[in-house]
Design a protein around this ligand. Sequence first.
Ligand SMILES: Nc1nc2c(c(=O)[nH]1)N[C@H]1C(S)=C(S)[C@@H](COP(=O)(O)OP(=O)(O)OC[C@H]3O[C@@H](n4cnc5c(=O)[nH]c(N)nc54)[C@H](O)[C@@H]3O)O[C@H]1N2
Ligand SMILES: Nc1nc2c(c(=O)[nH]1)N[C@H]1C(S)=C(S)[C@@H](COP(=O)(O)OP(=O)(O)OC[C@H]3O[C@@H](n4cnc5c(=O)[nH]c(N)nc54)[C@H](O)[C@@H]3O)O[C@H]1N2
Ligand code: SF4
Ligand SMILES: [Mo]
Length: 693
Amino acid sequence: MTDEGDDHPRTVCPLCSVGCHLRQGPESRAKGVAGPANPDGRLCRKGVTAFEIREDEDRLERPLVRRGGRLRPVPWERALETVVDRFEGVLDARGPDALAFLGAPYCTNEENYLLQKLARTLGTNNVDNRSRLCHAESARALAERVGWPATTNGLSDLGEADVVVVAGANPAQRQPVAFNSFLRPAVADGTTLVHVDPVGTETTRLADVHVAPRPGTDALVFALLCARVLDAGGADRAFLRERARDVEAFTGRLADLDRERAASVAGVDPERFDRVVDLVAGADRVAAMVGTGLEGGDRGVPAPETLLDLLVLTGNLGRPGAGLYVLRGLVNEQGATDAGCVPDRLPGHQSVTDPGARDRVADVWDTEPPAEPGRTATELLGSFGEDVHGALVVGENPAVSKRDDDWVRERLAALDALVVLEVAPSETTRHADVVLPAAAGVEKSGTVTNLERRVQRLYATAPPPGEARPDWRVLADIGRRLVDGAQRDSDSAAGDAARVGASTAEDAPRDSDPTAGDTTGEDETGEGTADTFDYQDVAAVFAELAAVAPTHAGCSYADLDGAGRQWPFDGDGVLYRDAFATPDGLAGFSTALPSVEPVAGDGLHLVAGGRTSGFYGDLDADDGRLRIHPADADQRGVGQGDLVTVSHGETAVEVTADRDDGVRRGTVFLPAAVADPFLRRDAATVSVEPAGE
Ligand SMILES: Nc1nc2c(c(=O)[nH]1)N[C@H]1C(S)=C(S)[C@@H](COP(=O)(O)OP(=O)(O)OC[C@H]3O[C@@H](n4cnc5c(=O)[nH]c(N)nc54)[C@H](O)[C@@H]3O)O[C@H]1N2
Ligand SMILES: Nc1nc2c(c(=O)[nH]1)N[C@H]1C(S)=C(S)[C@@H](COP(=O)(O)OP(=O)(O)OC[C@H]3O[C@@H](n4cnc5c(=O)[nH]c(N)nc54)[C@H](O)[C@@H]3O)O[C@H]1N2
Ligand code: SF4
Ligand SMILES: [Mo]
């Protein structure tokens, strides 16, 4: 059975990081199939549209190359030759660090693995994926303090928690099936839900306690909670003795925290806060879930740091019903990073600066990755046309970003070579020199990793349209030409000629390629065989990932059939049962107290949320209304449903206002898409007045 052809009835929803199982039902509607993340077989409103991509008239079906200023269809062979010519031009003139590789949270682990392997075997660590930025601080805090930048537990553990704290996230809308399958039943069964968010949302409706701090003050909220829980005798002394380091220094700092001032700066309701202190101090098991709302903050210490402090202080790590859940967004946001699509980490989160890790990788690749960390996606974008001249963009859309649109367009236009692998035309493909048509999630095989580290298999449910191909095949094709080809040229030319011919034959399915047998690139003689991108199928790519990434050791592609498995594969889904994955096996604390300076700025604090992806048309698209507390509205003469002007300096938008006492006083909420003009200018506050005044 070929990789693209396996006609499996079931696959994994490609639309978000929950990873529900589904299959195609009548009239292109997806039908849920019971899986580990959706045990009742339910799907959300978005998930039922998973197959609609198949009917998108805009799908890219043929490779396109820009000639005479226009993108024109060409055969695959020509397109791939153009990619090689262009990238070789950049490599020869300016070296590998003049190339950038941006991927691919919508793509599989294997595709992300191949993308970073391509970058690194060409000699650069300039590889990144933007999705890791959604939860950068949470992931960093986890990696530095306990070991892995990933959710510590499994979704099914939530039922064992006495208290779940959801902060800066709205899983009821953003990860709806995880919310409804695990959190809702847990709460029905007695788990207490605390929601920390300046704005009440659908998630708040299920909550027992809603703490609505001033936006950006969460670091202080959780530091205060640590201090108060410690005062209340809620620290887990045995855990602290055996599993944490620098405990005294931490508790000493907490003793210095001015509790009253912290509470007043964070603006938390004293009674509700007391209740949370009692709940956490009295609970045996506390779990926390974090989203993008915790990423900002200006207290000098990132909020996820002090939330993690709370879990360490109370011994809530390393057992079921506890831990920190990172509520990831895109389908393979976790996996893109696990697979090494980041500038400073090799597959399995090994540092590029660790010589041992580079050696292990070199054993498999026949090439040692560079030792200097590369640049982040944001830095790379800023260097386009300066010292970065070529980019390969896979399944993301940097033209839509937190930066000013015109600025990004200019940066893209400044490249000598922009190659984009895409399923549909986008703002980014419009600037491309070469566009390569890709298979969408439901059309390909491979693995993706959900928000609880569960690696699951995608099954191709239908062939891609026209000449589109799965990204992994395209990336392997580029690697064979650009990396193996160069190595072959520098090795002996003669014996390899036949192989080059076979492996570049246009459209030859990899599985019928008679030369594509031995695939891992390992060579008994230890010399380069120049076939490091020659894979028989996607399973062979997974096998290589598992050989290179310690997180994925000991698992075969076949093992992942059915429910998949959470990495590390020798565990039971709960990380750090006996020790933390730190050099001394202990968990650390944050190293400073967050600032208790009053929140700066006049006007109403702006909170944005609910960004909807342009991809797979989002049914949750907001109608763009402003939410404002009735008291703030009264002060400004704003009635329910009135048209208002929201402004900051020169920037202004007109929207309809909803009076809503779920929003804390002094704060207003705008959907992210409407708030963008303010966010781009880093405007933390806005003025609101009736329109036309
Ligand atoms: N202004 C602003 N912008 C933001 C954010 C923000 O806060 N402010 N937040 C952001 C967040 S949370 C995220 S996660 C990012 C997401 O940013 P991106 O990852 O850039 O997401 P999209 O804009 O949805 O673009 C994804 C592209 O991948 C393509 N694609 C989908 N599946 C496949 C596939 O299998 N193969 C290939 N080759 N292509 C595929 C789609 O057609 C689409 O064009 O956006 C960020 N954008
Ligand atoms: N339907 C649908 N679902 C999606 C996506 C989609 O496009 N459509 N995208 C996915 C992606 S890529 C991502 S990254 C996730 C994002 O998922 P979430 O992180 O849950 O995103 P938001 O809905 O924006 O929720 C952020 C919450 O943080 C709150 N918040 C803002 N500022 C602060 C603050 O200072 N402190 C606190 N405590 N809270 C604050 C906001 O009020 C909001 O309720 O969603 C994923 N799910
Ligand atoms: S929750 Fe996420 S994975 Fe599940 S059906 Fe909805 S979009 Fe798909
Ligand atoms: Mo995201």
